[in-house]
Design a protein around this ligand. Structure first.
Ligand SMILES: CC(C)(COP(=O)(O)OP(=O)(O)OC[C@H]1O[C@@H](n2cnc3c(N)ncnc32)[C@H](O)[C@@H]1OP(=O)(O)O)[C@@H](O)C(=O)NCCC(=O)NCCS
Length: 177
C-alpha cells in the first residue's frame, strides 16, 4: 500500500540517504567519479537536508510502501527563472524514486501529490530542470503535461551540463498524467 506524507525535521537523514543513493544510481555511469563525489558531498548530508527542511518555502513529500520509504519530492515556493511564465511558480527541486521501486507507479502517485501540494501552496505552475541526457525522466514529465520552456546550465563538478527547463500549469483544465 503506497502512502505519501509530508516530511518532518526528523527525516533529514532519510532524505540524504535516498538522495545519495538515487542520484548515484541514476547518474554515476555518465559522470566522472570526481564530479559525482563533489556534487553528492555538496548536496546530500543530514545537515544539508535539515537546513532545507527548515526553510519556510521548501516542502518535502515522502512516498512509503508500508514502512519502506521508496521516494521523495522537494518543492520550493516562489522559485523562478526568466523562461517561467507562471505568476505564482513552484519549483519541483528534487524528484526521486528509489531504483528497486521505479516503473511501478510510485512516480505517478508522487507527482499527483506534488500537484495537489503545489495548488494548496497557491501555485499556478510547476516547473523543474532535468538533464538533457535523462530521457526516462523527460518522458515521465512530458506524460505529466510538462513542456520544455528553456534550458539552463547545471554545474556538475567541473562539467557544465544542459538541463531542460520544463513547466506545466496547475489548474482544473490541465491533464493529470
Ligand atoms: C523518473 C522517475 C521519477 C519516474 O518514477 P517511476 O516511479 O519510475 O514512474 P512511474 O512508475 O509512475 O512511471 C514510469 C513508467 O513506468 C510505467 N509504469 C507505471 N506503473 C507501472 C507498473 N505497475 N508496472 C510497470 N510499469 C509501470 C509507466 O507507464 C511509465 O512508463 P513510461 O516509461 O513509458 O513513461 C524515476 O524513474 C526516478 O526516480 N528516476 C531516477 C531519478 C531521476 O531521474 N529523477 C528525476 C530527476 S530530474
Amino acid at each position: 500500500m503506497l502512502a505519501i506524507r509530508i516530511a518532518t525535521l526528523d527525516d533529514a537523514s532519510l532524505l540524504a540517504t535516498i538522495g545519495t543513493e538515487t542520484f548515484s544510481a541514476t547518474f554515476a555511469a555518465d559522470n566522472t567519479p570526481e564530479n559525482m563525489a563533489l556534487y553528492l558531498a555538496a548536496s546530500f548530508s543530514p545537515e544539508k537536508q535539515a537546513a532545507e527542511l527548515a526553510e519556510v518555502d521548501s516542502f518535502f513529500l515522502i512516498a512509503e510502501k508500508g514502512t519502506i520509504p521508496v521516494g521523495y519530492a522537494m518543492l520550493k515556493r516562489g522559485s523562478t527563472e526568466a523562461c517561467i511564465s507562471s505568476a505564482h511558480p513552484i519549483e519541483l527541486v528534487r524528484f526521486y524514486v528509489r531504483a528497486p521501486w521505479q516503473g511501478q507507479g510510485v512516480g505517478a502517485a508522487l507527482m499527483q501529490a506534488c500537484l495537489a501540494e503545489a495548488a494548496r501552496l497557491g501555485g499556478d505552475g510547476l516547473w523543474l530542470g532535468v538533464w538533457e541526457r535523462n530521457p526516462r525522466a523527460i518522458r515521465f514529465y512530458q506524460k505529466w503535461g510538462f513542456v520544455r520552456v528553456g534550458t539552463h546550465i547545471f554545474q556538475m563538478g567541473d562539467d557544465p551540463q544542459i538541463d531542460w527547463v520544463m513547466e506545466r500549469q496547475i489548474g482544473p483544465n490541465t491533464r493529470e498524467g
